[in-house]
Design a protein around this ligand. Structure first.
Ligand code: COA
Length: 267
C-alpha cells in the first residue's frame, strides 16, 4: 500500500535509482517507492549494508542493490547500466548519498573537507550526469537531497554548508539545462529527521535532541516518512510543472536560522 495521502500504485511501472539508499532518509524513500509499485535500485558503498536493505525492501515489492562509490564516475556508470539491463529505462533518480562529521574548519584536514565535497557535490553530479541517458523522458524526475546547511551557515559544518550550497545550485542549473528534455530536477531539504546517521552525528545526546525538538516551530523531529511523502510527490505526475525547486521539509527549523540549531546542540 502506498504511504500516506498517495493512492496505491502511484509509481506502478516506474523504475527508480536511489544513491545512498541503504540507510536513513534515502532508505525511507526507497521503501515508499517500492510500496507505491516502483521497481527500485538502491546504491551504496557497503555491500553488507546494501544487501540487508534490499532484503527489507523485497518484503514490500521489487528491489535490487548496486554497489558503487558515487565519487567514482566509471563505477556509477556501471551501476546505472546494471540497473538499466535489469529494469529498463529509469523514471526517477534520487541523489541522496552524503557525508558529514561535525568539526570546526581548523579541526578538519583538507582531505576531510574534500571527502564531503566529493561525496555530496561530485557524487550528485556524477549520478545526474551518468543517469541522464537512462532517464525515460518526458516525465522523468531527478531529486537531490540537500540540507538546511545550504543556506544557513553553521559552525562545525564548513564542508557540509559549502557542499549542500553546491547541490542546490546544481539542482537549479540542471533544471534549466534539462527542462527541454522533459527531465525535472528538484531538491528536498530535510530538517532534523529522527533515527538517521546525520542526526546521530550532529546530536549524539538525548538531551541535545530534546532541546532541538522543543526549539522547532512544530516541536518535534521529522520522520523518514515525512521526507518520503515529498519524494513521492516529486517523483509523480502530480508535480509535473515543478522544476528547479528546493523544497524544505523541516518542521520550520530554517525559520529560526542556523544559530538556533547550534544553540540547541551546544555548538
Ligand atoms: N573529524 C575530522 N576529520 C574526519 C572525521 C572526523 N570526525 N571523519 C573523517 N575525517 C577525515 C579523515 O581523517 C580523512 O582525512 P585525512 O586523510 O586527512 O585523515 C578524511 O575525512 C576522509 O576520511 P576517510 O575515512 O578516508 O573517507 P571516507 O571516504 O570514508 O569519508 C566520511 C569519511 C566521514 C565523510 C564518510 O564516511 C561519512 O560521511 N560517513 C557518514 C555518513 C553520514 O553520516 N551520512 C549522513 C549525512 S547527513
Amino acid at each position: 500500500m502506498a504511504d500516506g495521502v498517495f493512492r496505491d500504485g502511484l509509481l506502478a511501472g516506474k523504475v527508480a535509482f536511489i544513491s545512498g539508499g541503504s540507510s536513513g532518509i534515502n532508505l525511507g524513500i526507497a521503501e515508499s517507492f517500492v510500496k507505491a509499485g516502483a521497481k527500485v535500485a538502491i546504491n551504496g558503498r557497503n555491500v553488507e549494508k546494501l544487501e540487508a536493505a534490499v532484503k527489507g525492501l523485497q518484503a514490500h515489492g521489487t528491489a535490487m542493490g548496486v554497489a558503487a562509490d558515487v565519487r567514482d564516475y566509471a563505477a556509477v556508470e556501471k551501476a546505472l547500466q546494471t540497473v538499466r539491463e535489469a529494469y529498463g529505462e529509469l523514471d526517477v533518480v534520487v541523489c541522496g548519498a552524503a557525508g558529514n562529521f561535525p568539526a570546526p574548519a581548523l579541526g578538519m584536514s583538507s582531505n576531510g573537507f574534500k571527502a564531503v565535497m566529493d561525496i555530496d557535490v561530485l557524487g550528485t553530479f556524477n549520478i545526474s550526469r551518468a543517469a541522464f541517458e537512462h532517464l525515460r523522458k518526458p516525465g522523468a524526475s531527478l531529486i537531490n537531497i540537500s540540507a538546511p546547511q545550504a543556506y544557513l551557515p553553521m559552525a562545525m559544518q564548513a564542508h557540509v554548508c559549502a557542499a549542500k550550497a553546491g547541490v542546490d545550485m546544481l539542482t537549479r542549473v540542471l533544471a534549466i539545462e534539462w527542462g527541454g528534455s522533459g527531465v525535472r530536477v528538484n531538491a528536498i531539504t530535510p530538517g532534523p529527521i529522527d533515527d538517521t546517521e546525520g542526526m546521530r552525528r550532529l546530536a549524539p545526546s538525548d538531551e541535545g535532541r530534546d532541546k532541538l525538538a522543543q526549539a522547532l516551530p512544530l516541536q518535534r523531529f521529522g520522520k523518514k516518512q515525512d521526507i518520503a511523502q515529498l519524494a513521492l510527490f516529486l517523483a509523480s505526475e502530480g508535480s509535473s510543472y515543478i522544476t528547479g525547486s528546493i523544497m524544505v521539509c523541516d518542521g520550520g527549523q530554517s525559520l529560526l536560522g542556523g544559530g538556533a540549531l547550534m544553540a540547541a546542540l551546544g555548538m
